[in-house]
Design a protein around this ligand. Structure first.
Ligand SMILES: Nc1ncnc2c1ncn2[C@@H]1O[C@H](COP(=O)(O)OP(=O)(O)OP(=O)(O)O)[C@@H](O)[C@H]1O
Ligand SMILES: [Mg+2]
Length: 314
């Protein structure tokens, strides 16, 4: 069953198109990831799906309700962990959750019960009466998660929850996300961290310039590039002219160089290692290592967009 479904979803800001016709199907129980660089349209998509931003054209259904015509019904069923911390810094976790519960019209006893339960889940129970302004980034994010879960939503939207956190806090937040998902909550998760998407998400949509350029499980996405073969060659005193020379070999499609490491995108060829070793020997270059590299999501992204996910200029 699709818990989220969009058809031709578009968001324009004046004449700029931030989201350009998204067709999406997310199943109940999935941990679904939007992966894309800055400005790809991840937050804009999340904001439309969570009724925070109007839809320019197309349609979206969330938890069975139309986002445009039944936004209140949608809001009852979703929780949101926004990209920016949006709770009151001068209030404690207990006070923050109390305020949100009241806003949502929850009965007092239920707010209290949920607050205790959730603060334990997000491991903030021992800080429940401390003002949240002084919390670390990781603690604030965990409090945001608790706030998003207060009214027991079916779907939790998390917008780059681990960005800016230290490695330990990232791991803790990922573990928490996984645990929530294991307990039945559908999670929609955005990130620009490819390893994170790879490790955490059941299915991933790679977004760039407002469109989904590829979608599938991490394995399916990697399979897209595995028709080619990535070979890494570590060679002493590598330079650009050597990279250019390698690129002229018939089975080599492209070469990128990072210091002494050459990354070759090649068509699958018999004896590629032997041919390369022979080539470098003739060039009088000392090869340290030749190895096949398993494709990563980064390779998928580079191949699909012809740019690096970290290169924000494109
Ligand atoms: N309110 C707005 N008015 C005008 N343009 C906007 C507005 N909000 C977003 N945009 C533009 O829409 C594009 C997509 O932005 P969005 O915030 O959705 O990207 P993102 O994928 O979430 O990026 P990031 O990783 O930086 O959070 C960007 O070019 C952004 O500048
Ligand atoms: Mg964003």
């Amino acid at each position: 069953m699709n818990i989220i479904e969009t058809k031709g979803l578009v968001k324009k800001f004046k004449d700029f198109t931030a989201v350009d016709g998204l067709d999406l199907e997310i199943q109940k129980g999935e941990l679904f990831g939007f992966l894309g660089p800055n400005g790809a349209g991840k937050t804009t998509t999340i904001r439309m799906l969570t009724t925070l931003s109007s839809i320019t054209s197309g349609s979206a259904k969330v938890a069975g309700f139309d986002v445009k015509t039944e936004p209140a019904r949608v809001r009852e069923r979703i929780g949101v962990v926004p990209q920016q911390f949006s709770l009151f810094e001068e209030l404690t976790p207990v006070q923050n959750l109390w305020y949100i519960g009241k806003l949502n019209g929850m009965p007092d006893a239920e707010i209290k019960d949920r607050t205790n339960e959730l603060l334990k889940i997000v491991t903030l129970y021992d800080k429940k009466d401390v003002k949240s302004g002084g919390f670390s980034g990781g603690m604030k994010q965990r409090l945001s998660v608790a706030a998003g879960l207060l009214h027991e939503p079916e779907i939790l939207f998390m917008d780059e929850p681990t960005t800016g956190l230290d490695p330990q806090s990232r791991i803790a937040l990922r573990e928490l996300t996984n645990e929530l998902n294991q307990n039945g909550i559908t999670v929609v998760y955005t990130t620009h961290d490819m390893d994170e998407a790879d490790k955490l998400c059941d299915r991933i949509a790679i977004m760039d310039h407002g469109i989904i350029i590829a979608e599938g499980t991490s394995e399916q996405l990697k399979h897209k590039v595995s028709k080619d073969q990535l070979i890494e060659v570590e060679v002493m005193d590598a330079d650009d002219s050597l990279a250019k020379a390698v690129e002229k070999m018939p089975f080599v499609e492209s070469v990128s160089r990072d210091g002494n490491l050459l990354l070759l995108n090649t068509s699958k060829t018999e004896n590629a290692f032997f041919k390369l070793a022979d080539f470098f020997k003739k060039q009088d270059r000392e090869v340290r290592e030749i190895r096949i590299r398993e494709p990563s999501l980064e390779d998928v992204f580079i191949q699909l967009t012809k740019k690096d996910l970290r290169d924000e200029s494109g």
